[in-house]
Write a protein that binds this ligand. Structure first.
Ligand code: T1G
Length: 696
């Protein structure tokens, strides 16, 4: 037998154990081993029943995603499961860890399923742009009912063992000695003459005649633009409408369609990319990390408060420094209010609120920072203020403390130069709201040491962020690309498009909202004040007032003032076109002598998106991002880039780098402008017929 699966007779029960760390993925060797293990068990006269169990940390967590896209190798998973379902001996699946995807499908091919309390089951294939392709869409509706199966399969989230028991998926919750408990359970079933329970013999009856129609309506909203959830629904419907074997066939057809779809390729790319970003090229995974037992935050404003919450959520004590008691009290009160509103939604208990608040303290005195291991500064975006803070931190904090700035626009190398310890200085750029947005851009300064990088990447994971290591430049990765898109969006409106048209094109691409709805959400005053600073500093790109600035000058800041680019009814965040904005735009065009023209949706798409691809390409050339996948993850987790398109650079590969290069060159010829100067990397890849993800 392959060493990926072992067979052993124990106390009259044949135990088949999967050993394929780290997650017992069902690669070819495991599938072959499962089949051989079953054959051994059936041939073993001493075995009155069989148990399938995962070695190490979990029951198989799914098919081996790394095999996807390669020629299929026998035995297929459906064949293995079919053999278990038709075995002459009763089979019990013993679950711990996370029995996911194909792993749960193997368990559904068994007669009974037991699990430890901490175990979980799930069918997350939809998150890979797929559907359960080894009978899950046919067996789960028969076992747990079509409604529960629809919810589980289209959301793809794991279900804890006790809840799975209530749903009928797990037959018994057993003690932590899982193997022994499963053996005893199997022996008792045989002794009691318990019936064989082949799920394929069960029937799936829809809980209501309009179940699928209503569920599909819900999906239209929740899964806008996605393909897989709708294919999942069709497959579950086949379990209700068709005999089992026909349903399996339908499932296979739908699975193949998804496997070949650009969406699934994109989502599988993201699955691996969001893990790869944690591995910073040039920083060995064995680099020692500094211990972070206590964190200091400078600034109790929106960002400082949100950042503090991340650490309290992870059980790490935080001390927050403010200049005035009133600001400190306000900041802590806001944090408590946020926790209490989360508790009201039932996501955490009031106990959690108190526990987390107990980890948060405040001070007006920097001296209280002398024992912190990490400081994150989140004060006003002005270099003078940063200089004052970092000079003080340098004096007060202990040797080895990491000094990070949450700056989103300022030069981290310059900030490091205010201290005697530039190797301990870095950026940790959180995205607002900092306690919600998953992206964390960890900014590596020229002098930041490897162990500081390793530490902040590890801390990022500990506080539930997706951390990406980026270099120092204006806007790092995300905002640098965003500013290019914003400038194009503003210019397109100046030339004749409407804000609604631009927003619709970007929304229809799959973003949660378009550029102008996003400006209204963030606040037009933010961008306006940054541009004002830059105008004062003589930045050539910021000299002219844009029509957005003119709205800001009228006090139209966006949602916070119920009017910005759009207008907002009281208590309603739905953006509505506003004639005042149209007038400001019209007057602005007149002031600039522009005759508005019709702008096509295609031009809007190309100018907003290709300018970002070109900028992303320059970011890669400059080493600000190490790999195209880092840029992809920044955009997916920082700005809601549709996951089924894989991120900015993956999407560019799917559009075609040559096509994009040609259009960028065309725009450069027509309009000039640094933003349209084709990046040499873009040109080189176009010439070689390669994509960003081919580039080494
Ligand atoms: N295949 C291949 N590699 C996998 C894998 C998988 N299914 N799951 C995890 N890995 C790798 C991962 O890339 C990482 O590698 C290491 O294992 C640890 O993972 C026919 C078609 C199980 C909850 O979608 O959700 O079954 O970076 O860092 O945080 O119907 O992994 O160390 O080199 O995520 O403790 C369905 C995906 C597949 C489950 C553990 N199953 N995995 O989380 O560790 S499709 C899934 C997870 C399928 C059938 C269909 C998580 C986890 P490296 P990790 P973790």
């Amino acid at each position: 037998m392959s060493d990926a699966v072992s067979y052993q007779l124990k106390d009259g029960v044949g135990v088949i154990t999967v050993n394929n760390p780290p997650v017992n993925a069902l690669g070819q060797a495991v599938r072959a081993g499962l089949k051989e293990g079953l054959e051994k068990g059936l041939a073993d006269d001493g075995a009155r029943a069989l148990v399938v169990i995962g070695g190490g940390r979990t029951f198989p967590a799914g098919a081996d995603i790394r095999e996807f896209g390669k020629p299929p190798q026998d035995p297929s998973l459906p064949d293995v499961i079919d053999a278990y379902e038709n075995s002459d001996k009763l089979v019990v699946a013993a679950i711990h860890g996370t029995a996911l995807g194909g792993g749960l499908e193997v368990a559904l091919g068994c007669d009974y399923r037991v699990a430890v309390k901490s175990g979980a089951v799930g069918l997350p294939e939809v998150k890979l742009g797929l559907l359960p392709g080894a009978g899950g869409t046919q067996r789960l509706p028969r076992l747990a009912g079509p409604k529960a199966a629809l919810e589980m399969i289209t959301a793809g989230n794991p279900v804890k063992a006790p809840k799975a028991q209530d749903m009928g998926i797990i037959d018994a919750i057993v003690g932590d000695d899982l193997e022994a408990e499963a053996i005893a359970y199997a022996k008792k079933l045989v002794a009691d003459g318990a019936p064989r329970r082949r799920i394929c013999d069960m029937e799936a009856k829809a809980e209501s005649p309009s179940l699928f129609e209503e569920f599909e309506k819900g999906l239209q909203k929740k899964a806008r633009g996605f393909l897989a959830p709708f294919h999942c629904l069709k497959a579950v419907k086949a379990a209700v409408d068709l005999p089992f074997q026909d349903g399996l066939k339908r499932e296979r057809e739908l699975f193949q369609e998804l496997m070949e779809s650009p969406q699934s390729k994109a989502q599988r790319h993201v699955f691996f990319a969001e893990r790869e970003v944690a591995k910073v090229p040039g920083v060995s995974k064995d680099t020692p990390k500094r211990e972070v037992k206590k964190v200091g935050i400078v600034g109790a404003g929106t960002m400082g408060g949100g950042i503090a919450m991340n650490f309290a959520n992870a059980g790490i004590p935080v001390i927050i420094k403010e200049v005035k008691q009133e600001a400190l009290d306000k900041g802590l009160a806001t944090i408590r209010k946020n926790y209490e509103s989360t508790a009201k939604k039932g996501r955490i208990s009031m106990d959690d609120v108190e526990k987390r608040m107990s980890l948060l303290s405040g001070t007006l005195d920097y001296d209280d920072f002398k024992d912190v291991d990490l400081v994150i500064e989140a004060v006003f975006e002005s270099m003078d203020v940063k200089q004052d803070v970092f000079e003080t931190l340098d004096k007060v904090c202990k040797q080895g403390a990491i000094l990070a700035s949450n700056t989103s626009t300022l030069d981290v190398n310059r900030i490091a130069s205010f201290t005697s310890r530039p190797e301990d200085v870095c950026g940790m750029h959180f995205f607002s709201p900092a306690n919600v947005m998953k992206l964390l851009e960890n900014v590596r300064g020229d002098k930041t040491s490897d162990d500081v990088v390793a530490t902040i990447m590890d801390i990022g994971k500990k506080i539930g962020k997706v951390a990406v290591c980026v270099g120092v430049c204006d806007g790092f990765v995300g905002n640098r690309m965003l500013h290019k898109r914003q400038a194009e969006a503003v210019a397109l409106v100046e030339e004749g498009a409407s804000p609604e048209q631009v927003d619709k094109v970007i929304y229809d691409l799959g973003f949660p909202m378009g550029p102008f709805a996003m400006s209204d959400l963030a606040g037009l005053d933010i961008g306006y004040s940054i541009r004002l600073e830059r105008r004062k500093a003589g930045d050539p790109d910021a000299q002219e007032l844009t029509w957005l600035d003119k709205l800001a000058e009228k006090g139209r800041y966006g949602q916070k003032t119920q009017a910005g680019v759009y207008k907002y009814e009281e208590g309603d965040r739905t953006p509505k076109p506003d004639p005042v904005t149209a007038e400001v735009i019209e007057q602005h065009r007149k002031d600039k002598g522009i005759t508005p023209r019709d702008v096509s949706d295609q031009e809007v798409l190309e100018r907003c998106m290709y300018v970002m691809v070109n900028e992303g390409s320059k970011i890669l050339e400059e080493g600000i991002a190490a790999r195209a996948l880092d840029v992809d993850i920044v955009w997916i987790y920082g700005y809601g880039f549709p996951v089924y398109r894989g991120g900015t650079m993956f999407w560019a590969d799917q559009v075609g780098v040559k096509e994009i290069f040609d259009r960028v060159s065309q725009f450069y010829k027509e309009q000039g402008g640094e933003q349209w100067k084709p990046s040499p990397l873009l040109e080189q890849l176009a010439k070689e017929g390669k994509g960003f993800h081919d580039a080494k």
